[in-house]
Each structure stands twice: as structure tokens, then as C-alpha cells.
Write a protein that binds this ligand. Structure first.
Ligand code: TXA
Ligand code: MG
Length: 336
């Protein structure tokens, strides 16, 4: 007889705090809301907890996890923050910014969470995750709470769609406000390299750093530095056609702004990321709307052009990865 699936409970955030803390202290894992996307959290110092995260996600273990902290002082016990990284943390934490810094000598982070790298990615999140960190007083390893290769979850239902039965608890904090993952940067000799565009606009980072960002090349060279940034990524089942200006009747349409592409009325189903053309609203809706369109099982999802400035950079990055060619049916093996 097959083993019965372990039950997954879904609790509203206000009531879930002590149960989430209890499970983390018992080296188990919990899906928790953050302001960017939902994370699958475990004690970053526990090999057992980190192994459970990898197992639940089906994630290749060479991909390191972001370590979430309760603030700058916890961050400085784990990594060695240079002056620029410290300034960015002071300015943007808690918030959608992850800093990659050299690992300290007594970090207390389990090596499995770091995938052997001499650096660590640190972030102080907002909301329930931030409160949980304060209560625990310990860092939490937490990748996005999706099965490897799938779109990051921005609601508790989206977490349940891929992780139900694999984890004991999903904390429901409603729809994530930012909607795309954090921006990941690394200071290099006083300059800032963007490893992943995300919920903090490049313009804001450049203003704070006082210089243009160093950027990875478009061909995926960044994969060396941010191992999770493989090209095929965030995959819905349907194929994606980007910058669509003319819609086919059998396509679903992911629209943006007040003006429609030609023939848009013919689309099987239409969702507009932001009627008023607001990029922050579009980022918040991106993964949820991709899931909803995908659920209508269209042969393809056409996406209207989305401006590339501000949060448009992260939106276009995620769409480009979702549209990238995949290895046949093996997209579940593709991070992340
Ligand atoms: O908003 C977010 O960042 C969410 C929430 C839950 O905090 N987390 C998230 O984690 O997106 P994840 O694991 O799905 O993506 C983390 C990325 C991966 O691409 C990983 O390769 C990269 O961070 N990363 C982790 N440690 C790194 C390091 N030391 N150097 C470079 N990249 C690193
Ligand atoms: Mg992820």
C-alpha cells in the first residue's frame, strides 16, 4: 500500500506564529509569506532542516539558499559586510534586496545551505517572515516555496499547488505585495554587481551606490555567480510569446497598460497586469496571472510589451526565462 500523504495545514498568518516557530525549532520546514514571494523556511544552521528544504523542492543541491536575518547585527555575525553592503542594508532592509558577501569564519550556517560557496546571500524580509526571525533569533534558510522549475508562489494557494503533502505547514499571509523575488547584488571593490534583477529597481540601487551597476551578460554568464539563474526558469506549462503586438485566437493574453495589442479581443482569455500601466502593480500580479492563464490550458500565452525600466527589468527577466526553450518534459529538473 502507498504511504498516506502527510497532512499539510494552512493557517492564517496571525494565528500561525507559535506553530511556525515550534516546527522550525524542531528542524522542520514551513512555507511563510514574505513581501516578495513565499519562502520555504528552515533553520539555516541545521543540516536536517536544509536537507528537508531541498527534498521538498526537488532542488538540485548545488544551488545555494538565501539566508534570511532579523537585521544588520545578525547579518554581521554571519557574513563580512563591506562598507557599501552595510550602507545598502541600512537603507533598504527590511526589503526586497539580497546582499552576497564573504562568509564569516563562525557563521553557524550549515554548509549544505551554501552549496560549498565561500559567500553567503543575506536578506532581511518584511512581514510575517521578519516577525518570525525576531522571535527565533536565528537565521532562516529560505528559497522560494515552489517545486524546482516552477513559478515562485505569491499566494498560499500557489504554495499548496506544488508543495501540498510535502511540508507540515503553509502560513497564509495573503497575496505578496512585491510579487517578484528580491534583487541580488554583490559589492566588488566598491562597485555593485547585479546578480538578479528583482523587487528593488536598479535605478534605486544605482542612486544609493552612486555608480551604474555592473551587469551580467545576457548569455547566462551570471550562472557562474548565481547558480540558480539558469535560463529556462519560472516555467508555466504553456509556451510564452513575448512582446506580442498581434494576438492569435488560440492564445491567452497577458496584457499590460491601457492600450491593447491588435486582435486582442480574439484571445481565449485575457488578464491585465496593470490597466493603468503601473510596473509595481504588474510585478505583484505577474506570477499569479501566469498561473491563472496557464490553468486555462492555452496552447500559448502571448505577452504584450512591458517597459524595461524600474521593476520592468525584473518582470522582463522572469518572462524571458519563462519563455526560454526547455529540455522536453524535464523542466521540473531545471532550477528553480
Ligand atoms: O525574494 C527572495 O529572494 C525569495 C524570498 C523567499 O526571500 N527567495 C528566493 O530564493 O528567491 P531562491 O532560492 O529561489 O533564489 C535565490 C537565488 C538563487 O538563484 C541562488 O543561486 C542565489 O540566490 N544565491 C544564493 N546564494 C548565493 C551566493 N552565495 N552567491 C550567488 N548567488 C547566490
Ligand atoms: Mg526560486
Amino acid at each position: 500500500m502507498p504511504e498516506p500523504e502527510p497532512a499539510t495545514r494552512i493557517l492564517p498568518a496571525p494565528q500561525a506564529m507559535s506553530e511556525a516557530a515550534r516546527l522550525i525549532e524542531a528542524e522542520d520546514v514551513v512555507a511563510i509569506p514574505t513581501e516578495t514571494v513565499y519562502g520555504l523556511a528552515g533553520d539555516a544552521g541545521s543540516g536536517t532542516a536544509v536537507a528537508k528544504i531541498f527534498a521538498a523542492k526537488g532542488r538540485p543541491s548545488f544551488n545555494p539558499l538565501i539566508v534570511h536575518v532579523s537585521g544588520l547585527s545578525m547579518a554581521e555575525r554571519i557574513g563580512r559586510l563591506d562598507p557599501l553592503s552595510r550602507r545598502l542594508a541600512e537603507r533598504f532592509w527590511p526589503g526586497p534586496l539580497t546582499l552576497v558577501v564573504p562568509l564569516g569564519s563562525e557563521s553557524g550556517i550549515h554548509p549544505l545551505a551554501l552549496a560549498g560557496l565561500p559567500t553567503v546571500a543575506l536578506r532581511q524580509p518584511q512581514g510575517f517572515a521578519g516577525l518570525l526571525l525576531e522571535r527565533l533569533g536565528r537565521p532562516l534558510a529560505a528559497p522560494s516555496a515552489n517545486a524546482s522549475g516552477r513559478i515562485s508562489p505569491t499566494t498560499a494557494e500557489a504554495v499548496a499547488a506544488t508543495l501540498h503533502g510535502r511540508i507540515p505547514l503553509i502560513v497564509d499571509g495573503g497575496q505578496a505585495g512585491v510579487g517578484v523575488e528580491s534583487s541580488i547584488v554583490k559589492a566588488e571593490h566598491g562597485r555593485l554587481r547585479l546578480l538578479r534583477p528583482g523587487g528593488l529597481a536598479a535605478e534605486e540601487l544605482e542612486e544609493a551606490a552612486g555608480a551604474p551597476l555592473l551587469r551580467p551578460t545576457q548569455d547566462g554568464t551570471a550562472a557562474v555567480e548565481a547558480p540558480g539563474m539558469l535560463l529556462s526558469h519560472y516555467a508555466p506549462d504553456a509556451g510564452l510569446r513575448l512582446d506580442a503586438t498581434d494576438i492569435q485566437a488560440w492564445e491567452a493574453l497577458l496584457a499590460f497598460g491601457p492600450r491593447r495589442a491588435a486582435n486582442a479581443a480574439a484571445a481565449r482569455v485575457v488578464l491585465n497586469l496593470s490597466e493603468r500601466g503601473d510596473l509595481a502593480e504588474a510585478a505583484a500580479n505577474l506570477f499569479l496571472f501566469l498561473r491563472r492563464l496557464d490553468a486555462a490550458r492555452p496552447a500559448r500565452i502571448a505577452v504584450e510589451p512591458i517597459p524595461r525600466h524600474g521593476l520592468g527589468e525584473a518582470i522582463n527577466d522572469r518572462l524571458r526565462r519563462a519563455a526560454a526553450p526547455r529540455h522536453n518534459s524535464s523542466k521540473r529538473e531545471v532550477e528553480k
